[in-house]
Each structure stands twice: as structure tokens, then as C-alpha cells.
Design a protein around this ligand. Structure first.
Ligand code: ADP
Length: 271
């Protein structure tokens, strides 16, 4: 089994020579007086699966929220598929990005949140169809077809007309994943997607993430406390501590072989 997983990982590990799909260049982020990120430099490659781990408050969620345009960096650049996310050119000058620019670049990115963020007044099919119709201007028929396909993929093909309140937490989270997948993102961000779930519902959500990961095409960034899961699916694990990358490498290098003291202290509570 371990051999099989290793082989699978190698087959989806990106070529390091490939052009990154995301580049963080010297990114700083403060909230008021608190400096959360202190010069983040990070390249993520097409198809790469990256797990972000680290103590609470170390800036993991902020890293992915900046990519989803939900937080703005204090300084530095975030480049998505060659385009500067937070800046644009006008008359030869670099100026802050406007809403239209942010929306366009963000089109490549999907995110799944800890607390699902589904629209409560819509059925799960409508939840999935909204963005393709409104953002991508797809026809209702195309959006419906693709939404049904994605809801079937996450095992909810029989719940299309249910409302979120009629579903379990695990099912809601699977809807959230289908809703993101409908948009065909090149990059998927997962923000502690299992931490609000009852323990018995975690498995079904990880199973869907595993399926998506095995398809291999999308880059995935997971903020997670599921260390076994990170070990299983991540091509690279990044340990954040006090606003910087304190350790990174393959999952086994970081989770099993590193002698970084802060990392050891952090991992100790998962043993
Ligand atoms: P992690 O995901 O590693 O737990 P976060 O990125 O959520 O860390 O948060 C890092 C720090 O930034 C924390 O101290 C948090 O309180 C602070 N923070 C995050 N978002 C905000 C915000 N919108 N306003 C003020 N402080 C924030």
C-alpha cells in the first residue's frame, strides 16, 4: 500500500522546471500592529498538492485567503498563472488591482471553507449553478449539467433538490466542494475543511479530497490538522511558524524525518 501511494505521488509530482501556477514574492501581511506574514516566498506548481501546517495563528489561513482575494497583502506580490493578482498596469504605471481584475484572476481559484458558506435559501443544485451562470455567464442548461455531474462525483446525486439545512455537515462540505469544482479551477484551496465536522463525518470529506487529488490536474493547497492525511496525499508539506516558512519538504521529510525543534513540539500533540 505504501509503495502504491508513493508511486501515485511520484506520478503527480510536478516537474520542478515547470512554470509555477502561483508565486508569492516577499509577501508581508499585518493586521493592525500584528505582523502575521514576514516575507513569504513560495511557488506552487501545476498539479502540486501542498499541505500547510503550523500552530494556530501562524498565518496559514491568511496565506490562502490572500490568494482568494479575501485579504490584501500589506506588501509583496502574488502572481497567479503569470498575472499579478493584486496589481494591474494602467498607462504604463502599476496601480492597485480593481474589482474586475481581481475577479478575472480569481477565476482560476476555488476555495472550500471550514464553515461551508452555502446559500441556505437555495437547493444544493442551485448552490452549484449560481457561480457558473453569474460569473462565467454559462447557460442554465450547461451549468445544470455540470453541477449535476459534480454533485454525483461527490456522492450527492440523489440530493439535488435538498436544502443545506437538510444535510449533515459532511454532506454540506461535499456540496461546497462540488460548488467549487463546477468552476473548473486550476487551484483549489481547502481551509481546515474537516475541523467543524463531527469526527464520524471527517472520513467521507477526506475521501472526496483524495479522489480529486488522484485526478492530479489541479493544484491543491490544504490548511490542515489531519497529519496522516497530509502524509498520504501531499507532495509537499510546509510548516509555518511565527510568520515564516520554518520547514518544508516531502511529507515524510517534514512529518517523519525533520529535527526542527519547533516542528517537533508542534507535531508532538498529534502523536
Ligand atoms: P492560522 O490559520 O495559522 O491559525 P490565521 O492566518 O488565521 O492563522 O491568523 C494569523 C493571525 O492573524 C492571528 O493572530 C489572527 O488573529 C490574525 N488575523 C487573521 N485575520 C484577521 C483579521 N481579519 N483581522 C485581524 N486579525 C486577523
Amino acid at each position: 500500500m505504501a509503495e502504491l501511494v508513493k508511486e501515485m505521488k511520484q506520478s503527480i509530482t510536478p516537474k520542478r522546471g515547470a512554470k509555477p501556477i502561483v508565486e508569492y514574492k516577499d509577501v508581508y501581511k499585518s493586521f493592525g500592529e500584528v505582523e502575521v506574514l514576514k516575507g513569504l516566498n513560495l511557488d506552487i506548481f501545476p498539479g502540486e498538492k501542498v499541505a500547510l501546517i503550523g500552530p494556530s495563528g501562524s498565518g496559514k489561513t491568511t496565506i490562502i485567503r490572500m490568494l482568494m482575494t479575501l485579504e490584501q497583502p500589506t506588501s509583496g506580490e502574488i502572481i497567479v498563472d503569470g498575472t499579478d493578482l493584486w496589481h494591474m498596469k494602467k498607462n504604463g504605471k502599476t496601480i492597485p488591482a480593481n474589482e474586475k481584475h481581481l475577479r478575472e484572476v480569481r477565476g482560476d481559484i476555488g476555495m472550500v471553507f471550514q464553515h461551508f458558506n452555502l446559500f441556505p435559501h437555495m437547493t444544493i443544485l442551485e448552490n452549484c449553478m449560481t457561480a457558473p451562470i453569474q460569473v462565467k455567464k454559462e447557460s442554465k442548461e450547461t451549468a445544470r449539467e455540470r453541477s449535476v455531474e459534480m454533485l454525483e462525483k461527490v456522492g450527492l446525486g440523489d440530493k439535488l433538490d435538498n436544502y443545506p439545512s437538510q444535510l449533515s455537515g459532511g454532506q454540506k462540505q461535499r456540496v461546497a466542494m462540488a460548488r467549487a469544482l463546477v468552476m473548473r479551477p486550476k487551484i483549489m484551496l481547502f481551509d481546515e475543511v474537516t475541523s467543524a465536522l463531527d469526527p464520524e463525518l471527517v472520513g467521507e470529506v477526506l475521501e472526496v479530497i483524495r479522489d480529486i487529488a488522484e485526478e492530479g490536474e489541479m493544484a491543491m493547497v490544504l490548511v490542515t490538522h489531519e497529519m496522516d492525511f497530509a502524509l498520504e496525499i501531499a507532495d509537499r508539506v510546509i510548516f509555518l511558524d511565527d510568520g515564516v516558512i520554518a520547514e518544508q519538504g516531502s511529507a515524510s521529510e517534514v512529518l517523519e524525518e525533520s529535527d526542527n525543534e519547533r516542528l517537533q513540539q508542534f507535531l508532538y500533540r498529534f502523536r
